[in-house]
Design a protein. Structure first.
Length: 88
C-alpha cells in the first residue's frame, strides 16, 4: 500500500524485504471522459468545476486536480521516490 506516501500503490524493483520502493503510483480514472482536447483549466482558483481545486479525483470525472498533483510532485523528492500517475 502506498497510503503512507499519499498514493495508492508503491512499486519495488525486487522483493520488498530486500529493497525500498522506488516509485509511488497515483491512480486516476473512472470518469469515462476523453483525455484529448481541453484540460478544463480556465484560470479560476476559486474551486469551481473548471478550476478542479480540492476534493478527490472522483469529483472531477476522474481527472487529477492541480492541488493534488502539486502536493504529490513536491513530496516525492523528500521520499526519494518517482511519481507515476496511472490513468485507468
Amino acid at each position: 500500500s502506498g497510503l503512507q506516501f499519499g498514493c495508492e500503490l508503491v512499486l519495488y524493483a525486487d522483493s520488498p524485504g530486500k529493497v525500498h520502493s522506488d516509485f509511488c503510483v497515483h491512480v486516476v480514472g473512472g470518469g469515462g471522459g476523453s483525455s484529448s482536447g481541453s484540460s478544463g483549466y480556465d484560470g479560476n482558483t476559486n474551486g469551481d468545476a473548471n478550476g478542479y481545486c480540492g476534493g478527490n479525483d472522483e469529483d472531477y470525472g476522474g481527472r487529477l486536480d492541480w492541488r493534488t498533483l502539486q502536493t504529490l510532485v513536491r513530496s516525492m523528492p523528500d521520499l526519494h521516490k518517482t511519481l507515476i500517475v496511472a490513468n485507468v
